[in-house]
Unconditional design. Sequence first.
Length: 142
Amino acid sequence: MQRVYAVASRDIVFESFDGEAVVLDLSNGKYFGFSDSGSRVWQALTSGVDAQTLVGATAGSTTIGLADLEDFIARLLDFGLLAPAETPAQPLSGNLSAELAATNEPLKVDVHDDLADLIIVDPIHEVEEPLGWPAVKQAQSG
């Protein structure tokens, strides 16, 4: 059975800096940093590569096992970064396959919320005349 994932929402944005993925959740201001192997797995998963394909691609790595991969994906789902997708699986590119095989760090994701207050203040879209600029989003009770 294929397990394909996609970025969970439009509030999740990401960029790669020198091969390391940094993911930002604009809805809560948390950002996530990945290890080298985590960055490669994130890149593959968000490109529509089936999780089972990644197990085969990382089989030669001494740092990534099936249980590690499943735990990593579970954490990404729990953080709300990924969601199951109904799209067909995409092939794993040769470059990414080679990068996965060469990873030398365990799968890891670090969560940071030290800038959350600044990130959730949207200075472009949260301008309201009576409140001034920027307007801080009010928490909704429910």
